[in-house]
Design a protein around this ligand. Structure first.
Ligand code: 5GP
Length: 126
């Protein structure tokens, strides 16, 4: 089954500049911005600029340049936001995919959460 990407999703609109965002970092292939409803003192969303719906889609089909750019961006954001375990208290990265992952926005995004202890990794389903 081929991956289906809906270019009317809200992050596609952010990438096209149709909706504003609070940018944390922008590189050739990656945009990072603050979540509109932060769940922690640090809550950054990291998205590739390419049209990928989920992490597995990105991992399967993105170019090496996109994957390297995206991965290195995460290190820069963690350092910039003061959550890297190199010098600070750490963070949690989450990427929800599909129905079981309870993904709301169908454009790949990693959540970087930090600035407090996160508690249990997975809550019971509601
Ligand atoms: P998901 O459930 O898909 O993993 O997470 C989607 C995230 O996107 C949520 O944490 C939600 O608060 C965030 N979000 C939804 N719409 C917007 C928006 O227009 N701007 C920003 N910055 N974040 C958004």
């Amino acid at each position: 089954m081929a991956y289906h990407y809906d270019d009317q999703n809200i992050f596609a609109k952010i990438l096209r500049g149709e909706i504003p965002n609070d940018t944390v970092l922008e590189t050739d292939h990656t945009l990072a911005f603050r979540d509109i409803e932060p769940q922690a003192p640090v809550h950054v969303l990291v998205i590739p600029k390419g049209a990928y719906v989920s992490y597995d889609h990105f991992a399967a089909e993105a170019s090496d340049a996109e994957i390297v750019d995206y991965t290195r961006a995460i290190a820069k954001i963690c350092a910039q936001e003061g959550v890297s375990i190199d010098a600070n208290e750490g963070y949690r990265i989450i990427s929800n995919a599909g129905a079981h992952g309870v993904q709301e926005v169908p454009h790949l995004h990693l959540h970087i959460l930090g600035g407090r202890r996160m508690g249990r990794m997975v809550q019971p389903a509601k």
